[in-house]
Structure formats: structure tokens, C-alpha cells
Design a protein around this ligand. Structure first.
Ligand SMILES: C[S@@+](CC[C@H](N)C(=O)[O-])C[C@H]1O[C@@H](n2cnc3c(N)ncnc32)[C@H](O)[C@@H]1O
Length: 202
């Protein structure tokens, strides 16, 4: 797998900005990695869901398990693996070719993944950056379950990630804190409390 190490955590400046505006202490992360360190250092609790579609996802799970073993043993980090069905793997492979499949084929499984993750909540923020490509669908499912939702790579590969399928409910606002090439987008519930009024009168 060609993994883009340089750009992988390009979202961090956006999160630094988000942390100055909102109280973010409990995080739900879809896709773990080096960036998990940032959340662990800046939050009270992180739940990382690793959806395992390919063998390298399992290897990555084990690597992260040893990277964050201290946080795991002291309860600050919850690692939640989810082995996905062959059907979901097929859907993901179609995504990689830029072909979106019918949502009914995989919506139940995504809901199961989300339900499992939410059982360790509630969360202040959910971040969708996992190794499978059904990111927009997970963003849609998170509306009205978590107040602040973020996703990475929103400037690129719309056919792969399905970004055009995101339907923002009227009680959320879409926000881009920082411009960056790959793109990090936040959707924030309108009644989310700001820390001392936020920056720049936001
Ligand atoms: C885009 S990465 C981002 C994960 C996390 N948000 C971060 O920034 O560290 C998403 C997925 O790619 C895989 N992955 C991450 N780093 C990897 C690496 N160095 N080599 C192979 N796979 C990796 C893992 O399955 C991970 O969940």
C-alpha cells in the first residue's frame, strides 16, 4: 500500500484551531495512526475504530496497539477493531475505482460499526479518516449523534469518498478552519458551546 506519510496528518492545524474554539475532551476516531498521538495528548479519552478490510489494516492495528499500550492500559485509549464483511470489502474496492455502490448494500454494516463505537461515548467530536473509503456515509450517520464531526481528504477524490452525498441537516454548519491541500472539513451543531466566544468573533 502506498501510504502518504507526509500528508497523512495535514489535518492537525485545523484541529488546533477547533480546540481553541470548543471543549473537546472525548474523541471518536475512525482510523488510527500517528495522528492518534495528537488526540491523546489533547483530550481526556480517545476511542479509535479500526475497520479491518485488508490484511495491512490488521497489521496496523497491532502496531498501534503497541504504540499506545500505556494509554490503553490506563483507560485513556480504547481500540475498537471491526472486521468487515466480504460485501463491504467489495463495496470499498468499487469506491477505489470511483464507483459508488447502492447504500442499501452496506448501510447496516456501517450502522453496526457506529453503534459499537457510540457505546463507548458520548463524544464531543468524531473524526472520519479511516482506511476504507466510505467516509461521506459515516459523516451522514454521525449527524445528530455527535456535535462536532470532521473528515479528512474532503478536497480530493470525491468519487472515491462520496463527498457529494453528504446531506447537512439544518441544525449543523459546515466549517473549514484552515485551507490545506487534502482538505479537512468540520460540521458543527449550531448549539455547540464556544470557549469564551471563540476567535475572531466567530
Ligand atoms: C489515512 S490513515 C489515518 C489514520 C489516523 N487518522 C492518523 O492520522 O494517523 C487511515 C488508515 O490507514 C492505515 N494506515 C495508517 N498509517 C499507515 C501506514 N503508515 N502504513 C499502512 N497503513 C497505514 C490504517 O488502516 C489507518 O486506519
Amino acid at each position: 500500500m502506498a501510504f502518504d506519510i507526509i500528508n497523512a496528518q495535514s489535518y492537525i492545524p485545523s484541529f488546533i484551531e477547533a480546540y481553541t474554539r470548543y471543549n473537546i475532551s472525548k474523541i471518536l476516531e475512525f482510523g488510527e495512526g500517528d495522528g492518534t498521538r495528537f488526540f491523546l495528548d489533547n483530550s481526556d479519552f480517545v476511542c479509535s475504530v479500526e475497520v479491518i478490510a485488508y490484511s495491512y489494516h490488521k497489521e496496523w492495528l497491532d502496531k498501534c496497539s503497541s504504540m499506545y499500550k500505556n494509554e490503553k492500559s490506563n483507560g485513556k485509549w480504547m481500540q475498537v477493531p471491526f472486521i468487515c464483511s466480504e460485501e463491504l470489502v467489495n463495496v470499498d474496492q468499487m469506491c477505489q475505482k470511483g464507483v459508488q455502490s447502492d447504500l442499501t448494500l452496506y448501510t447496516k454494516e456501517l450502522q453496526l460499526i457506529l453503534e459499537k463505537a457510540l457505546s463507548y461515548g458520548p463524544y464531543d467530536l468524531a473524526f472520519v479518516d479511516y482506511g476504507i473509503h466510505l467516509r461521506a456515509d459515516m459523516v451522514n450517520m454521525l449527524f445528530n449523534k455527535v456535535s462536532i464531526i470532521a473528515a479528512h481528504d474532503t478536497n480530493v477524490s470525491p468519487n472515491m469518498y462520496g463527498w457529494d452525498r453528504i446531506v447537512v441537516p439544518p441544525n449543523y454548519s459546515k466549517i473549514t478552519f484552515m485551507e490545506e491541500y487534502l482538505g479537512t472539513t468540520f460540521w458543527v451543531k449550531n448549539d455547540t458551546n464556544l470557549i469564551s466566544g471563540g476567535l475572531n468573533g466567530f
